[in-house]
Design a protein around this ligand. Structure first.
Ligand code: RIB
Length: 313
């Protein structure tokens, strides 16, 4: 992976949520019935879909996003910001009936967090919207999705990608067991340990040598991210392997999983070795935890590569 090494005419299509995050910094996360004083409070851009789109864009690739914002100042600002970042926003629709999605985040002194999401306009993204931009599915090199938009829309997006034989990367977060009934093909499924438990009925570790099977979903590669612990990778017909992330002192892990997914999508379309893709995504995710805010710390391709050169000598 070098600073220039990518195909400029490839494109990543992200379908997902755009939220405005309201973050409160507290010593400890609140317990039921407790009132706490916040040490600080700030508003920033977030949403799993948008965070992943930005992380993908920062790997140097063309990115188009399909999503929905409210007919309000937040929605307008979000589209302005993404346009400045070079993300194609023509397929970010505007809902007349709901405000832009929002998230309420508490962040403690150890970098742990809780998140409550209000879907708002994200819930208004429908299959009809996808039909109106089917060409994006056809020309994309990869389609990247999460589960913060309506599930029928996400399922339809995967079906469209399957129809055009465009590879799909799915990060099934926040978890919803409905996806277990979907008859779809996924190239890469990116999960954390709790999502893996929900998918397979038990936690996974590297001694599970084979990619576990699911009844309906066909998966080529399963990536299990574990924060600061080793990432485990399972592929069809191959032995599982692990990749260690760098050891950094996180100040905010909000959006780290999204940075992993977006950076992985960027590396994926460069057709490198899978291990190189995971190393790149792990380094991107770790670097993103050094700044507060879901998108503040998302590193550029140059920053990731320079950091990796520095740590590997
Ligand atoms: O994954 C982090 C994101 O989850 C936040 O930006 C918040 O908006 C929620 O969608």
């Amino acid at each position: 992976m070098t600073e220039e090494e990518f195909t400029p005419d490839s494109e990543i299509l992200v379908i997902g949520s755009l939220n405005i995050d309201q973050t409160y910094r507290v010593d400890n996360l609140p317990q039921a019935g407790q009132t706490l004083h916040a040490e600080g409070c700030f508003t920033s851009f977030g949403g799993k879909g948008a965070n992943q789109a930005l992380a993908a864009r920062r790997t140097g690739h063309e990115v188009s996003m399909i999503g929905c914002v409210g007919d309000d100042a937040h929605g307008e600002k979000y589209k302005e910001r993404f346009t400045q970042e070079g993300i194609q926003c023509e397929a970010i629709f505007t809902s007349e009936k709901s405000p832009t999605g929002s998230a309420f985040i508490t962040l403690d002194s150890r970098g742990e967090n809780t998140i409550i999401v209000h879907s708002g306009a994200n819930a208004d993204l429908l299959s009809e919207h996808l039909d109106s931009v089917q060409n994006l599915f056809k020309k994309a090199s990869v389609v990247l999705l999460q589960l913060e938009c309506p599930l029928p829309t996400v399922k339809y997006a995967i079906q469209l990608a399957n129809k055009y034989r465009t590879p799909v990367i799915l990060n099934p977060s926040p978890w919803n067991s409905e996806i277990l009934d979907w008859e779809v093909g996924i190239d890469t499924l990116i999960v954390n340990q709790s999502e893996a438990c929900s998918l397979f009925g038990s936690s996974l570790n590297a001694s599970h040598e084979k990619l576990p099977e699911l009844a309906h979903i066909k998966i080529q590669t399963l990536i299990l991210t574990q924060g600061a612990r080793d990432t485990i990778i399972y592929e069809q017909e191959k032995k599982a392997f692990t990749v260690s992330p760098p050891n950094l002192q996180a100040v905010d892990t909000v959006g780290a999983g999204d940075t992993f997914a977006g950076a992985y999508a960027g590396a994926f379309i460069e057709e490198q070795q899978l291990i190189a893709d995971i190393e790149f995504a792990n380094n991107a995710a770790s670097l993103s935890t050094l700044k507060i805010g879901a998108q503040k710390g998302i590193p550029s391709r140059k920053e990731i590569i320079e950091f990796m050169k520095g740590t590997t000598g």
